[in-house]
Design a protein around this ligand. Sequence first.
Ligand code: CMP
Length: 139
Amino acid sequence: AIQRTFSIIKPDATKRNLTGKIVAKFEDAGLRVVASKRIHMTLAQAQSFYGAHSERGFFGELCEFMISEPVVVQVLEGENAIQKNRDVMGATNPADAADGTIRKEFALSIGENSVHGSDSPEAAKEEIAFFFSGLELVG
Ligand code: CMP
């Protein structure tokens, strides 16, 4: 089925001017960008967005990283978009990521791993609504 998923191009990638190369990977995989904006997250936004991880030891570091530089938040649409996006991103830790994936090619570490993508339909719905209004989604 056609799905929508939520993506973030993270600070390590925007800082290295990799936005276009990462979007090309999405598009080459058959995903369409139906919403996109460059933002500089506030600490409150980062803490709220990653609230599910608030008890983890890396939470503080994760939030500080996510506000260290601008990010590009996007909604990607396509057949089986959630899994397709996860496939093109590769494993969370770039050391485990398969050849050709975004994280294999561009990520620096498990924290500075260039992209975020929703991991379920429920998460996609929540994460899209966190950053976008319905009017900003142009299919
Ligand atoms: P993301 O998909 O954005 O969701 C949670 C993020 O936490 C994950 O990608 C990683 O970048 C980050 N993360 C996971 N484990 C660690 C870790 N051990 N140290 C730093 N960041 C981590």
